[in-house]
Each structure stands twice: as structure tokens, then as C-alpha cells.
Design a protein around this ligand. Sequence first.
Ligand SMILES: [Zn+2]
Length: 275
Amino acid sequence: MTMTDLAEFAQRHRRLFVLTGAGCSTESGIPDYRDANGDWKRAAPVTYQAFMGEEATRQRYWARSLIGWRVMGHARPGLAHRALARLETAGRMELLLTQNVDGLHRAAGSRRVIDLHGRIDIVRCMACEARSPRAALQAELLRRNPEWAALDATPAPDGDADLEARDFSGFDIPACAHCGGLLKPDVVFFGENVPRERVNEALGALAQADAVLVAGSSLMVYSGFRFVQAAVAAGKPVAAVNLGRTRADELLTLKLERPVGEALEALASALGERA
Ligand SMILES: [Zn+2]
């Protein structure tokens, strides 16, 4: 398949339901979880059950997050984010559903966005549901754990970092300032369900859309893959731009194996010229 095929696909189907994944953010410096075969590049991320159940897991998570936030907290939108914002401006976007937690679609100017897996820049109290900015927690984590501030490590996709073989037992995590409850990033962890109302809102937009465009996702996680299944069940065509295999390859009308930023920019330009 070529760029021209993708542009023609978007010409035929005016209102797009766009589903994005980690491939859209790699050029913003946020690394991808998976290789071209959809397999884990690193150890699988922390699960909801381990995070909620074990203090040691939370210490390890927040210590790594303290380092990883330096990259995540300063990441800027790239070509893919900007191109998708242009598609929305051109009236082509029914919904942008992202599996990314980095907030870069909104930073690029997209407004019709659902963050399927939540936002890494927000912290949630699991007891009283209070939300607070991750940046404020960063300052507090640094104040309580100054010896960790000097460390360097390889950042990971969920704002985490690789810091193996360290003793995390002294890491001091603040509790909720309102109720003393347990703080968790406001993201859907592995082993945790996406909130039902969020899924329903996205399915409602899918019903209004003419077609689905998957951008930079291998769709290995069911919470994203389900929308492709739902589209196919409803008779809507699905196109994908992704380097490497996707879980939905057999379901796709069109597949373009190109860098996602470059492909979406070409698409936005092609559509913009005819708008
Ligand atoms: Zn609380």
C-alpha cells in the first residue's frame, strides 16, 4: 500500500475515528513498549494488582517514575500529533482515541480526544478520588528523596525508568494531602479495567464515524483492539499506519508500513489541499 492509497481511503471516508498508540510519540522521545513483532522490548510493566497490593511495588514504581518524569514531563508534540490536529481542524476527525498517556495530542491542539488509558500528568487518590498534578508530586518526591534526584536511567513509555538492582525500601512516598489515601497515577495499569463510561463514549463516536484509522499501534492490548473489532462488526473499513505487525492485520482494509509522523503529515497535506 502507498501514501496515495491512504489519501484515497480518507477521501472516501470523511469522518475518521483515529486510534493512536506509542508509535505516535516515539519521535517525541517517549520510547515504545514493543518491537516490530508486537513483543515486549523490556520487562512487562507493573500491574494494578501489584501496585495496589504491595508497598514495595509502589516504592519501586515511584522511584523509577521520579527519573522517568524528566523525559515525560518535558516531551513535546511531534509530526504525528501535529498532523492529527490538522485533520481535526479540517473537519475530518470524529474522535481521536489514544492509548497514550502522555497528553501530547492535546498539547498539539487536538480537542476531540479521549485518553483511553488516562493521563500520566495527573495523580489520583484511590480513596477520595481527588486529582492533582503530577508535576506537584514530582516536587514533593524530590523533597523527600533528594538522593534519588541525581540518578540517571533509561526512560520507559509509561513515564517509568529502568533502575534495576537498586534498593527501593527507603523511598518515601507521600499520601493524599486531603485524606491520607494511596496515590496512583491516573492511568489504567495492566490488569485494570478502562472505565466503562469512557469506553461507551468512544463507542458512541465510532458509531458516528465513516472509517477507522489506526496510527502507530500494534493493537496488542485488548482495550484498543476491541474498537477495531467493533468497527469491523459494524461494517466500517479500517486502515492502519504502523511499522511492523498489528494484532488486526487480517481485519485491515489498508495497511501502510511507514513511519507514522511522515505518513500522517503527508495525509494531512493531501486532505488540506482539497478541503
Ligand atoms: Zn484522598
